[in-house]
Design a protein around this ligand. Structure first.
Ligand SMILES: [Zn+2]
Length: 207
């Protein structure tokens, strides 16, 4: 039985649903918010409401966007002939930090994992194949696809599956994979920028 008033308990419960937040931390954060100024506390609430209302997925690459297309897809300075395939929108951050990549992205929204019931049709693979093999008439032709899924079992399986599909559907397109050196089994976002930058600049062609 909670000894807190129901609204306080509700806040603790909601905070406790966040990744990496245990019960004690949730309690600490809740009390911090209760002590905070109304402006700060409601600022957080409003920020959460705004992203949920305004942010959707880019119609081209499935990155987060506050309109039909994301900032990277609308940036004319970015090389539209080069596409980096990643699992989650958050993977863009570590790659951008390396300053080694000037192309566009394609966000799959996950990785293949038959055990968890995640099959090719559950992530944006068909959309990638269409984008590469049957682009819109006004789109810049794609000459290289960089597979930058995580160096995990599911990430590797996803990269192999996509490479195979691309060989079949778009044989003239170069398919590359990040060079080795990334910590195996870890997500891209945990790689330091020097290692990730080297893996990007040293990417190798899959034959
Ligand atoms: Zn986009």
């Amino acid at each position: 039985m909670s000894s807190f008033a129901p609204p306080v308990q509700r806040l603790i419960t909601e905070l406790g649903k966040l990744p990496g937040i245990g019960g004690r931390t949730a309690q600490r954060l809740a009390f911090h918010l209760l002590r905070a100024s109304e402006e700060d506390a409601l600022g957080l609430a409003e920020a959460i409401r705004e992203v949920k209302e305004r942010i959707g997925l880019c119609e081209v690459c499935f990155n987060l966007a506050d309109g039909p297309r994301c900032r990277i897809c609308t940036d004319e300075r970015r090389d539209a002939g080069l596409v980096c395939v990643i699992e989650e929108p958050s993977d863009i951050i570590p790659i951008e930090r390396t300053h080694e990549y000037q192309g566009r992205y394609h966000v799959l929204g996950g990785a293949l994992s038959p055990i968890d019931g995640i099959d090719p049709e559950d992530i944006k693979i068909a959309e990638l194949l269409t984008r590469v093999a049957n682009p819109a008439p006004d789109a810049v032709p794609i000459r290289e696809v960089v597979l930058a899924t995580n160096p995990t079992t599911t990430g590797e399986a996803t990269a192999l599956h996509i490479a195979e599909q691309l060989r079949e559907r778009a044989p003239s397109v170069t398919v590359t994979r990040l060079a080795s050196g990334l910590p195996v089994g870890a997500d891209l976002e945990y790689a330091d920028e020097l290692t990730l930058g080297r893996a990007m600049s040293g990417r190798r062609t899959l034959s």
